[in-house]
Design a protein around this ligand. Sequence first.
Ligand code: B12
Length: 446
Amino acid sequence: MKLLLVSPPFGEKGQKSKGLPIAPPVLEYLAGLTMQVRPDVSVQLIDANKETFDPETAEADLIGFTVLTPQAPWVYRMSDRLRAMGKQVVLGGIHVTALPEEAAQHADAIVLGESEEIWGGLLDDARKRQMKPIYSGGFPELNNLPRPVTNLWNTSYVYGYFQTSRGCPHRCTFCSVHEFFGGKVRVRPIKEVVDEVAASKRHLFWGIDDNVWGVNMNYTIELYKEMGKNLSGKSWFGSGDLVSVDHPRSEELLTNARKAGLTAVLVGWESNNLGSLEEYKANNKQARVRRDAIKKIRDHGIEVMLFMMIGGRQDRPEDYEGILKLCDDLKVSAHPVMTTPFPGTQLYQIYKPHLVPGYDWDMFDGNNAVFESDVPGMTREFREDSIVKLRAELFTIPRILSRIPQISWKGFPMSHITSWMIQYPQGRAFKQFAKEREAMKLRGEI
Ligand code: B12
């Protein structure tokens, strides 16, 4: 049996993308899972950000799409065309799990939640063309997970990935993770993670855990010690919180993190606006503690970048300038996204009465204002223009260069190189995006 797995494009509303330097983790993982549970199935992967996906020429007995919210309209169009030609389609991922009734209209089968426990049975059913409409995955233990399959791509990537845990006890209102993966953090056996990364031909990785410091300090420190001992010439970046760094064992944590190859961490600052922080219920602390944590991480030779949300219903026009000022004060970079209430989150329920009617899910991509704000001046146009301007200003060459020396020499050279590799291409992409948006405005397209 032939299985074709597709990672959808990131944007269609004028946000052109040449794809990321990161191989789509879910496809490499599902390829590995297929080989583990049904090794006789042949697998093909397509990253539709980098190559064209044409439903007319897709040759497979089963075609699977992974779906994030902004990708849903494209996936639904493709799957409708495939099904009209008699081809079997399965959909999975966060958006499908959040809105199963919607997704089921466009698929022969949908997978809710994690797929490890149901994938083999689904493939058997697909072989007989007798798939059930819904397969529910649950929260499997993370032992003996398959390794990502990296040699099926037609395109090339700089970064691979590894994952050590799933689940999060925090209940930040904007985040899908608690609902999707559950509140209990499940971890993989340390040896399995270390052996997997050691065996990979790749050298650069994205640790895709929601929190690289974990919520289990003992596990994380042990993991980092083993990575430090067994992996040489491998480095990685990931996402984390700032609260864990204000911990009695933080010295041990950070020293071992650097030895484990961690070069940069993208931390949730979320917002400068206290009303927004309250609304997001983010696991965050006072500004001074957060500032100290950033310094502490960089003093250990690990670069820091801030995740910011802006344009929420509590935010004010001056908050855009506030982000730039904060970044200049701390000489740190930030990745601002438009506050977006994703289906299945608590924020979606809070913002539902204010959503712009008639918007499809492709607008929910972190660039568009998808709800109205009552705050004076915070029109949709102002919010969309301001985030584009802010992103372009955040990554000027002098700003990028002023940030890199803030990382201690302990991380030299990989953390300094990573800082450049994260900032420079982002700055170029944001400037290009600002130009394209300006041109579209002049042509009256937006
Ligand atoms: C890696 C990642 C990315 C990568 C790659 C995404 C990709 N397509 O490969 C990049 C950087 C591109 C990315 C972008 C975005 N992301 Co993202 N990302 C993640 C992250 C950190 C890990 C996802 C992952 O690859 N996991 C590893 C794989 C193996 O596991 P998995 O995806 O959970 O898949 C399992 C099941 O879901 C299922 N499954 C999934 N797909 C399929 C498909 C089939 C056919 C089957 C059978 C099963 C199946 O099987 C797997 C094994 O059990 C998650 C956080 C998280 N904890 O999930 C956020 C997350 C998925 N991202 C999120 C968001 C919001 C975004 C952005 C919209 C951010 C933004 N700009 O605001 C953009 C989307 C861009 C766009 N326009 O499309 C949200 C999802 C919200 C939503 N409703 O869609 C998450 C959950 C983060 C969060 N905290 O809320 N992201």
